[in-house]
Design a protein around this ligand. Sequence first.
Ligand code: SF4
Length: 380
Amino acid sequence: MFRHLYLVAENFVNKKRGNFLKLMNLKTELLCKGVKTEDSIEKGRKAGAGPAGGRFMILPNNSVVNVPLWPHFVKNSDIILRKLGSSWSLYKDGDKITDIELIDSPRFYSRKTSSGHPMYKIALLHGKDCLATTVLQKCVYWSTGQSCKFCGIENSLKDGSTVPRKNPKDLVEVTGAAVEEGVCRHITLTTGTPGTPDRGAKILAETARELKENYDVPIHVQLEPPSVGYLELLADVGVDTVGIHIENFDRVVLEKVCPGKAKVSFDEYLNSWKKAVELFGESQVSTYIIAGLGEDDVSILQGVETVTRLGVVPFLVPFRPILGTEFESLNPPSAERMINLYLKVAEILSEYNLDPSRNLAGCVRCGACSSILEAFRYRG
Ligand code: SF4
């Protein structure tokens, strides 16, 4: 009797794990290959900070994915997005893989702030419920010729799709509109690096303070390694989670791809990550790791182990070329490589008992640009 129950339970767990593995594989393929579409479809923003050039889709199990639709490599994808009636589905080799939900632009995009800015120029919906904005759309490295070669942060200023500095009052209004519409459950505030010692902490803190005074919504901020005092300032104003992004653990690659950022030493990252975990807690600090910039898997996995041991979530994403950047014609890494990496990252997270799904706000909670949440669920 007990053995029978045990076998039933074991089958159930194996089936569930198998589903998460399939989901992780599909999501990773979508991130690395994108999809071709035969139907006319709004393809999402072309530039800006973070992986642009795509639309958000909801896969089975409520998994959200930021799928490339614009970039050149999409034409080689073997996954096709088709519409039948009002439903969207993904196909491969003529067979349907799954139905998906395409996330539409929220209604607040058609509204204006009281200062006259269209709200979509102030903040955008990322994933299904993350309101995201680049508080300062300029970066000191662009003026010194040392910008990251994959980054399009100032390109969206040239095409007029955003404003250089988001006024906290405007952002409060946009947040109000997004909350009212039910599409803002957490907020991501990122920034280009200003040429000041706070590395953007002051404007992020000022914005977060204003938002927290008006709304009880968890806030994530992203910046280069801040000193202890600035991390404390961010904690004091109520910021919930922090992203301190190394981008790549291979210092030779980093110097080539991010000549400005590479001037910040690895020790500064280590000190900032440690202090941030003390202030914000395990799983509430993260770092973006971009695979496909010329590094090898060993450097990624060693780096992942280093940060995971500290309690920092390694937010591993495949490189995605953005139109108008120096790397616009490069390809993302293969889906096979990324799947293999995600499985190993999940093992490391499991070994150190670091659960990314406990993260309260921002990229890790949104999860649309990485398969680490799905890989972790598969690993169990
Ligand atoms: S993971 Fe981060 S960058 Fe990607 S869509 Fe979500 S909030 Fe935006």
